[in-house]
Ligand binder design. Sequence first.
Ligand code: SF4
Length: 223
Amino acid sequence: MTRPKASFDIDIAVDRLREAVRPFPKAMLFQLYEDGHTSAFEILVACLISVRTRDETSLAMARRLFAQARTPTAIAKMDINAIDALIDKCAFHLVKSEQINTLARLIVEENAGELPCSFELMTSYPGIGPKCASLALGIACGQPRIGVDIHVHRITNRWGYVKARTPEQTMTALGAVLPERYHVEINALLVPFGKHICTPVGPKCSSCPLLDMCQQRGVESSR
Ligand code: SF4
């Protein structure tokens, strides 16, 4: 007989998630911030590098680029091929190199080399969507923004905490139910949780610390 599920308590879930992800590497944007890459520009560029690219590769590429240049002024002076040579292991690296160069040049030309903490401005730049803007604003600017990537989208829907078809809809739905104190942390928790426990295929439900409260929506087979 299947046990009835407890109702989903986000405070209990976050406590258990913090414990569950302790052994795993941190999500790469949070790791970069901890390493001293604390500007909104660096987090935004690193997020752009990470699109469709594994965290480990993105982290190495971002570190390589920032070792050469880490401000809009310094990157605006680099030629696109020089940027490309530093981030060449990430997906769509040439397109991203052009976008990073354009981003840096626009910030130098229009904002004297300083990137303001503005969602509207960030999402007006080529290649920058709501996810990267929210992560940069949340991590580097201290704003209560929810960065919804594929992990946050998949897992919060599996829980039954939200019901949404796209990451953008999940961002809106989470904004209505997730307490503000967890808006930034939810991404830091669910990236490693999604890579190691609540994986896209075959999530490890039998040993998951949230099994008693998770609705397991859409999970067809688990371990
Ligand atoms: S019980 Fe399964 S579906 Fe739910 S959070 Fe845990 S691993 Fe994911």
